[in-house]
Design a protein around this ligand. Structure first.
Ligand SMILES: [Zn+2]
Length: 126
């Protein structure tokens, strides 16, 4: 079975879901791997880094199970910066308690707040 839990950040790799013949998504349950119709719970693999094609071929050979890989829509991989509306990899965005911000917007927002002596920045730093 594919190794799970690895999140790499190679932007050129293709993110994929794994589907069974019924169109359900591979997901991790406490007792092992399962298939679910709920895409929000689907595991996401890096097509090349996780050797998805090779793994699927092996599963087909060993278990006779025809699984397939489906690319994850870009809008589901990337976070949208709530200020500039650009798309960013999730690790490049920050959540300030209300909005997702990219590094540039976060710097701008933080800069404009510094003059207020931290009154608005009351929570823990992230
Ligand atoms: Zn931004």
């Amino acid at each position: 079975m594919p190794r799970i839990g690895h999140r790499r950040n190679d932007p050129t790799d293709v993110k994929v879901f794994i589907l069974n013949p019924e169109g359900n998504y591979l997901t991790a349950a406490p007792d092992g791997l399962r298939f679910t119709p709920d895409r929000s719970r689907a595991l996401i693999f890096d097509f090349r880094a996780d050797q998805v094609a090779e793994q699927l071929r092996e599963i087909q050979t060993v278990h006779g199970l025809a699984l397939r890989a489906e690319p994850v829509p870009l809008a589901e991989i990337y976070e949208t910066c709530d200020r500039c509306k650009e798309l960013f990899m999730p690790f490049m965005t920050f959540f300030d308690g209300k909005r997702f911000l990219c590094a540039d917007c976060r710097r701008l927002v933080a800069g404009s707040r510094q003059t207020q002596a931290g009154r608005k920045i009351s929570g823990k730093p992230c």
